[in-house]
Design a protein around this ligand. Structure first.
Ligand SMILES: Nc1ncnc2c1ncn2[C@@H]1O[C@H](COP(=O)(O)OP(=O)(O)OP(=O)(O)O)[C@@H](O)[C@H]1O
Ligand SMILES: [Mg+2]
Length: 258
């Protein structure tokens, strides 16, 4: 059984339909990469997975928590769904007046009532896991963008989610720090974390993803293995998108070439 199932998710803002009958399965321990043009609904889909966005219809199941958006889930049901996943955003949202370690222990101590000593011990272990064991006492302003983002990943892990959702985690970073963040993400994948990742890092998707879904206009247009979707895409729209991502200067209209 998949860890995550999404069934017939439909989301509109007024007349503007943003997700149209989206279905997705995410196997436990797998890495799913979502790709697609700007405005195609990637962020909205992630937000529906953790109860931040409220679609008009559709079913999201993560582990033993199911939310049926058609029947107006209450706060408690949405909170239960939210607790299943950790979210890593494009820009880290660290607390500026807390050290790296305090950023990791805040949630476990205050929201999950974990004893301070145990939260701190886990926090140190998580910082080590993301290669920042020497930065426990540093404030966010004393860290590079890539280091801050790695603290952001550790903070998501600190809440012991069932899976991690990443929304373009490297797109706001200086190019030289992107690799460090992708390396941490690959290590997490190797450790068996279930991950859903929105990214334009096609090489990362080729190397790390088990499953790739291409969204366009609120629809999953094509999905499959990285090889099926990234190397041998069937759909013209997928080919056009990949060409633009791999060569941002090519804005020439597609001629139907593969
Ligand atoms: N709060 C909102 N109110 C109205 N429309 C919204 C809102 N949030 C998103 N949208 C619209 O929904 C569509 C999908 O947005 P979404 O952020 O999911 O796209 P995306 O695929 O993540 O794009 P990007 O690659 O630029 O991040 C867009 O057309 C966007 O304008
Ligand atoms: Mg987005």
């Amino acid at each position: 059984m998949p860890l995550v199932t999404v069934r017939n998710l439909h989301k509109a803002f007024g007349d503007h339909v943003v997700l149209t009958d989206v279905n997705l399965d995410v196997a436990e321990g797998s890495v799913t990469v979502l790709i697609g043009p700007s405005g195609s609904g990637k962020t909205t889909l992630l937000r529906c997975l953790n109860g931040l966005s409220h679609p008009q219809r559709g079913l999201v199941t993560i582990g033993d928590v199911t939310v049926d958006y058609s029947s107006h889930p209450n706060r408690r049901e949405l909170a239960a769904l939210r607790a299943q996943s950790g979210m890593v955003f494009q820009a880290h949202h660290l607390f500026p007046h807390r050290t790296a370690l305090e950023n990791l222990t805040e949630g476990p101590i205050h929201a999950q009532k974990e004893p301070v000593a145990s939260a701190r011990a886990r926090g140190h272990a998580l910082l080590e896991q993301v290669g920042l064991s020497d930065k426990a006492d540093a404030y966010p302003s004393e860290l590079s963008g890539g280091q801050q983002q790695r603290v952001g990943i550790a903070r998501a892990l600190a809440l012991r989610p069932r899976l991690i959702l990443f929304d373009e985690p490297t797109s706001a970073l200086d190019p030289e720090t992107v690799g460090d963040v992708l390396t941490v993400m690959r290590d997490l994948a190797d450790q068996g974390w279930t991950m859903v990742v929105v990214t334009h890092e096609i090489r990362f998707a080729e190397q790390v993803a088990d499953h790739v879904a291409f969204l366009d206009g609120g629809l999953i247009v094509e999905e499959g293995t990285p090889r099926q979707v990234l190397t041998e895409p069937c759909e013209v729209r997928t080919r056009q998108f990949l060409r633009r991502v791999l060569d941002p200067l090519s804005r020439v209209p597609d001629q139907g070439r593969p």
